[in-house]
Design a protein around this ligand. Structure first.
Ligand code: ADE
Length: 234
């Protein structure tokens, strides 16, 4: 899978060189590249922002550097075949909310480009232009506002890439985690059986696999009911 990220702070993405994603890049499973938007400017100050038409607070990202970045990264050819067509994700608190299902969907794609805005956002024509290069989506990672889309893109890249076959050694660990079946994960314990007078639930030491599975499912339902009742109604 190829993933590109366009940002004025490309250094943020160095975090993706660590751990399992770093290994997946070294193994050639994930081909990731961060691009500095300022490389697509032509003035001395490498300007990427300007004041908004119609007035208002703050600065907007100007369209020209984005257009050049998309041309360079996506080229002229855009395949129309649904699978091969790139997805261009604009990180935005005004977008659809990213869920585990979104991660699964995007993990099937061959090429994803993250456009990470800063300031008060990006000139809307950039979004329209991007639609001529691929499938455009505006995605938020939650109902709060970050200073820019970089952290949001990193969170999405990690959630997507770990679902790509070969990135996580033990694929079984993906099956029993939170959100994989619409419920939160059950609590887990390791040795020792008693630690600072706190005991591991007896059922987990019983060797009775059916009882363990039942207990774990009950824990999932109870935890979800208490912490995220909204998930039970979806
Ligand atoms: N940029 C700023 N806030 C964001 C959010 N919540 N999700 C995605 N991108 C953002």
């Amino acid at each position: 899978m190829r993933i590109d990220a366009i940002s004025i702070f490309a250094q943020y993405f160095q975090a993706l060189d660590l751990s399992l994603l770093g290994k997946a890049q070294a193994a050639g499973i994930i081909d990731f590249k961060a691009h500095d938007l300022r490389d697509y400017t032509h003035d001395k100050h490498k300007t990427v922002d300007d004041t908004p038409y119609g007035g208002g607070a703050g600065m907007l990202m100007k369209p020209e550097p984005w257009g050049e970045a998309f041309d360079a990264i996506l080229g002229e050819d855009v395949s129309n075949d649904a699978d091969g067509r790139p997805v261009i994700i604009f990180t935005s608190p005004a977008g659809e909310v990213f869920k585990q299902a979104t991660a699964h969907e995007l993990a099937q794609r061959k090429h994803i480009v993250f456009a990470c805005g800063r300031y008060e956002g990006i000139d809307q024509r950039v979004v329209e232009y991007a639609a001529s290069k691929g499938e455009v989506r505006l995605i938020s990672i939650g109902d709060y506002v970050l200073n820019g889309g970089e952290v949001a893109a990193i969170a999405m890249i990690e959630a997507i890439a770990r679902l790509v076959p070969g990135v996580i050694g033990n694929a079984e660990s993906l099956v029993e985690e939170s959100h994989s079946d619409g419920l939160l994960e059950y609590p887990s314990y390791t040795k020792p059986a008693i630690w600072r007078e706190l005991e591991v639930p007896a059922v987990l030491l019983s060797g009775n696999h059916a009882a363990i599975a039942k207990w774990r499912h009950e824990q999932q339902v109870e935890r979800t009911r208490q912490v995220r009742p909204d998930l039970l109604n979806e």
